[in-house]
Design a binder for this molecule. Sequence first.
Ligand code: 13P
Ligand code: SF4
Length: 334
Amino acid sequence: MILTYTTEELKQKIIDLKKRLSVTVVAHFYQRDEVFEMGDITGDSLELARRTMADDKKFVVFCGVGFMGQSVKILSPEKRVLMPKVACCAMARMIDSLYFDESIAYLEKHGIKAENILPITYINSNADVKAKVGKMGGMVCTSSNAKMIIEKALSEGKKILFVPDRCLGQNIANMMGLKSCVIGDDTDPNEADIICYNGFCAVHQLFTVDDIEFYRNKYPGILIAVHPECDPAICAKADFVGSTSQLIKYITELPEDQKVAVGTEFNMVNRLRAKNTYVLSSTKPECPTMNETTLEDLYLTLKSIEDGNPINEIEVDEETAYWAKIALDRMLAL
Ligand code: 13P
Ligand code: SF4
């Protein structure tokens, strides 16, 4: 549908609809500015899951990527969760339950029994993968709690299979002085504490060592702050590595005249601090799937609730939701 409203008109219509409906609009930090502005709850993936669970409105309109809306539905099945665009995170799409089973088979082929494997899935995965992980006694993590979750998992004395982000898995392993490998590389998985699936975020792969050197040469004294989805070679050279909310805290607390180049998604970096904050790349690191959601989509989704015919509703089948919730709850309990 093509709408002829201006941005300001659309914003006003959205505000009016929100007043009339029992609805909460949730928006991830990576959303376009005009969509982000409309959010009643904003944050990173962990904050959004927690705060939306505590919210009492019947409808949740979730502006983010598919796995985030799914997580809200799994944690709060009584809510009706709609997504203006059911955009699937490219990293989450790199693994499904079949690839998960193949990864277990790969480890078994190397002599590691299934009962000695503890799987951990980054929240950037679809419900079928979370369910597989839940069934095997594993749990979910986000970039803000991955280290704590891995510490807990290690205490069970098993091999950790970390899916789908090899960079996050390897970065945490390096941070903790553990050995890691990637499925399919030359390393014997028996030698590694953390065995990573070979998935990655294309947006966070844009940052290079050359970018870091460029900024350090151009602005001596500049700090480099990056997300742990960046390649381990980048994280090793950075001054600070942190999740979305940890990056925000770090950067906003810097003295005003301190320059910082940031390696994470563009919309968020652009919103952070007007002065002395740089994007650590010559290519604009926009997440294509996060950017799919427009103000028009948000308006049409809210309008569909008012018209009694809600669109793009998230559903997760009972069996999958049951096991995925177990994996999510184990994380939230920590
Ligand atoms: P957060 O868990 O920090 O919100 O990040 C999600 C994500 O997709 C990062 O690329
Ligand atoms: Fe997925 Fe990367 Fe986009 Fe995050 S930035 S939602 S990991 S594609």
